[in-house]
Design a protein around this ligand. Structure first.
Ligand SMILES: [Fe+2]
Length: 282
C-alpha cells in the first residue's frame, strides 16, 4: 500500500458521531452536516472530510452518500440518463478522448479543474466523493483555493480581465439536440463573490468546434498564467482519502485534481462515488 506523506485535510477531518453512523437520513445527522457545510464550504476553507464509513458495504456507502449530499442541497443529474451517484473509476479512457471522454473515467492526474464547467444548465455548487476503494498507487486529491489564486493574480489585471470574458466549453456530449459547447466565463461574479469554472482541455476542445472562433493569444497566455499558479506546489493542499472517507468540496471557489493512479491486479480497483449538489439557497 502506498501512503501519501501529505495530510493537508486533517484540520477539517471529522469523525461521524457514532450514533449517526451509517444513517445520513436522520434529522440530527442532517443538521450536523449542514453546520459543517456552513462553516467549511460557504465560509471556510472550501472543503471538509468525514471519516468513519469503513464498516459500511458498498451499498451502504451509496445510500449514505446520497442522503448526506441531499442534506446540503438538491442532487443534480450527472448525465443525460439522470445518474445522481456516479462511479469515478478508470474506464480506460483518456481525458478529452473521442466525443465524450471525461476526466472522471480516466486514471490521469493533473488537469486541475472545477466539476462540470461544461454543463449547459446550472453548475454544481458542491460535489462530494465517497472513497469505496483507494488505488494501490497514487490517487491523492489536490485542492487549490480560488482566493489564493486571485490574490496572486491581482498583479496581473490583464489576465484577470481575460478570464472574466466568456469562453466555450465543449459539452462532451454528442447526443442529438444537446449543444456542442456552452459559453461562460472562467471567473464569474455572482452575488458579489467570484466563482471559477475551469477545465482547460474542455475549453480547448470547445474552441475547435465548427463555428467557434479559435482561442486568442491573450486567452492562451491567461490560461498559461492560471495553470502556472495552480500547478505550483505552494498553492496546493494534498491529501489522500482512505476507504470509508467522504469529502465535500465547494466547487464554486475550489479547484481540484488528483495524482495519477494505478490499480494493482488482484486488489479492489480505485472506486469513488460522486454526487453533484446545488446548494439549498442558491
Ligand atoms: Fe473533478
Amino acid at each position: 500500500m502506498a501512503w501519501t506523506t501529505h495530510r493537508a485535510f486533517d484540520p477539517v477531518r471529522f469523525d461521524i458521531p457514532p450514533e449517526f453512523t451509517g444513517d445520513a437520513s436522520r434529522e440530527d445527522m442532517r443538521a450536523w452536516l449542514r453546520r459543517l457545510g456552513d462553516r467549511h464550504l460557504d465560509g471556510g476553507p472550501g472543503f471538509f472530510v468525514l471519516t468513519g464509513l469503513r464498516h459500511l458495504d458498498e451499498q451502504g456507502m451509496r445510500a449514505f452518500a446520497l442522503a448526506a449530499s441531499a442534506s446540503l442541497g438538491e442532487l443534480l443529474p450527472q448525465d443525460s440518463s439522470g445518474t445522481l451517484l456516479r462511479e469515478v473509476r478508470d474506464r480506460g479512457v483518456k481525458l478529452g478522448e473521442g466525443a465524450t471522454g471525461r476526466y472522471s473515467d480516466s486514471r490521469q492526474g493533473g488537469n486541475l479543474h472545477t466539476d462540470s464547467p461544461h454543463r449547459p444548465s446550472a453548475v454544481p455548487d458542491y460535489f462530494a466523493l465517497v472513497c469505496v476503494h483507494q488505488a494501490a498507487i497514487g490517487g491523492d486529491l489536490i485542492l487549490v483555493r480560488l482566493a489564493d489564486v486571485i490574490a496572486r493574480l491581482r498583479e496581473r489585471p490583464d489576465v484577470l480581465e481575460t478570464l472574466r470574458r466568456p469562453v466555450h466549453f465543449d459539452t462532451r456530449d454528442d447526443t442529438p439536440g444537446v449543444p456542442r459547447t456552452v459559453s461562460r466565463p472562467v471567473l464569474e461574479e455572482r452575488h458579489g463573490k467570484e466563482h471559477i469554472h475551469y477545465l482547460r482541455e474542455y475549453i480547448e476542445l470547445g474552441h475547435r468546434q465548427p463555428g467557434i472562433p479559435s482561442l486568442t493569444s491573450e486567452q492562451i497566455l491567461a490560461f498559461d498564467a492560471l495553470d502556472a499558479l495552480i500547478e505550483s506546489r505552494e498553492q496546493q493542499q494534498v491529501d489522500r482519502l482512505s476507504a470509508g472517507e467522504m469529502v465535500f468540496i465547494d466547487n464554486r471557489w475550489t479547484l481540484h485534481g488528483r495524482v495519477a493512479f494505478e490499480d494493482r491486479a488482484g486488489d479492489s480497483r480505485r472506486l469513488m462515488l460522486r454526487t453533484w449538489i446545488a446548494r439549498a439557497s442558491s
